[in-house]
Write a protein that binds this ligand. Structure first.
Ligand code: S6P
Ligand code: ZN
Length: 187
C-alpha cells in the first residue's frame, strides 16, 4: 500500500528541521561522561546547558526490509580541545550498517570496530558519504564553526545500543591540534 504521507519528507538542510518528524534533542548535560576533559565539562555545565544536537527521525515502516532515516543538526563548539559530539552508539542488531550524507558544515565521524577496537576518523562534508559497516561504533563531531547537518540512513530494525558506549566510551578522542581535527588515543 503506497501511503503518500510516508513517501516524502521535506527538511531544512541548514536548521535540520523536518516538519512532522519526531525530534530528539540532546543538551550538554546528556553528554556527561562522553568528553575526556571532565574539568572542562564541569566548568561548561556550570555555566549552562546548551543544545548540542538534534535528530529528526523518519520511520515509515518497520518490516524486515524497511529503512529508517534521520536528519541531524550538531552545533559547533568544544569542551576543552574536544569538539561537540553525539553520544555515539552501536546498533542493537550488530549487523546493521548505515550511511551518512553530509549536508552543511564540516564534521568528522569516529568509527570503531567493536571486535578489534580499530578506529578511523572520516570526514563528513557536503556531498560526501560515509559508510558505517555493521559491528562498528559511530560518533559524529562538528569540527567547523557553523552548524553541521547530515542524513543517516539505516535498517529499520537496527536499534540503538548506547549502553556499551556509556560503559567504555570510544577508544579514541578527536581533539583540535594545530587547528586540525586529530584522532588520539584516550588517556
Ligand atoms: C542512527 C544514526 C543517527 C544518530 C544521530 C545521533 O542510527 O546513527 O541518526 O542517531 O547521529 O547520534 P546518537 O549517537 O545520539 O544516536
Ligand atoms: Zn547509527
Amino acid at each position: 500500500m503506497l501511503n503518500t504521507e510516508k513517501l516524502l519528507s521535506q527538511f531544512n538542510p541548514v536548521t535540520g528541521e523536518m516538519p512532522g518528524a519526531p525530534m530528539v534533542k540532546r543538551h550538554l548535560s546528556d553528554l556527561r561522561g562522553c568528553f575526556a576533559d571532565t574539568a572542562a565539562f564541569e566548568k561548561a555545565a556550570a555555566a549552562g546547558n546548551p543544545l548540542l544536537y538534534s535528530v529528526g527521525a523518519v520511520e515509515p515502516a518497520s518490516g524486515a526490509g524497511d529503512l529508517h532515516y534521520g536528519v541531524g543538526l550538531l552545533m559547533p563548539g568544544k569542551i576543552g580541545d574536544e569538539y561537540y559530539m553525539t553520544k555515539g552508539h552501536l546498533h542493537s542488531w550488530r549487523e546493521a550498517a548505515e550511511f551518512y550524507i553530509g549536508l552543511t558544515g564540516e564534521g568528522v565521524m569516529l568509527l570503531e570496530d567493536e571486535a578489534t577496537g580499530e578506529s578511523r576518523m572520516m570526514p563528513l562534508r557536503p556531498n560526501g558519504v560515509v559508510y558505517v559497516p555493521g559491528h562498528t561504533a559511530h560518533r559524529t563531531m562538528n569540527v567547523g564553526d557553523k552548524p553541521l547537518t547530515y542524513i543517516g540512513v539505516y535498517p529499520a530494525k537496527a536499534g540503538h545500543d548506547y549502553t556499551t558506549i556509556a560503559k567504555k566510551n570510544f577508544r579514541c578522542v578527536v581533539v583540535e591540534r594545530d587547528n586540525q581535527p586529530t584522532m588520539i588515543e584516550r588517556k
